[in-house]
Design a protein around this ligand. Sequence first.
Ligand code: 5GP
Length: 203
Amino acid sequence: MSLGERFPTDTDDGLLLIISGPSGVGKTTITRGVERSIPDSVFSVSWTTRPRTAADVEGVDYHFATDEEFEAMKARGGFLETAGIYGKKYGTPRDWVTEQLKRGRLVILEIDVEGAKQVKRKVPDAYSIFILPPNEESLLLRLRSRKREDEAAIQRRFGAAQREIAEGKSCGIYDLFLVNEHADECTRTAVEAVTRERARRKR
Ligand code: 5GP
């Protein structure tokens, strides 16, 4: 199908939504909640070189790639942005995102601050939300409760999360900061903000 063709459902409402936040803040729950609540929204499935965990579904959570596959995609300009996180590579597939935006969809990227900065440079009218924990203690408890790693790894992630928060607050690219006290409420606020933003841009 060529990019020029239009579906009956196509609109001019396309909006790129960036959702960032530190590891353990609960952003996946919020991201998926926003996706469920907004009918024409689509989640951008990133490429990554990190190993697949038992909880991950290929093509739903990520496209799991080898380092060679990732680098080949990057070399042909296939990524809108890329980032290195905990020694692994992550990237947003450019053509898929472009096509969905042309169709008028709300395209959701759940990416880190490093990637968000690149996207904002290329797509300045992207709308960006940063999710914050109610306090640092809650973040540490959340990281521990996932039982994914030993305490040393948890402390490393906690340090990285603190740096991600500091960078998110100071980099000047986020349109909205939301504190995730209760996931349902935070999701609702995010949905309202995005809906308002789309309506504002339409006027
Ligand atoms: P995890 O490996 O725990 O699923 O994700 C680690 C971090 O990578 C999270 O902060 C997540 O938001 C971020 N991430 C996932 N996909 C991408 C991507 O395509 N680009 C960037 N820049 N970050 C990503």
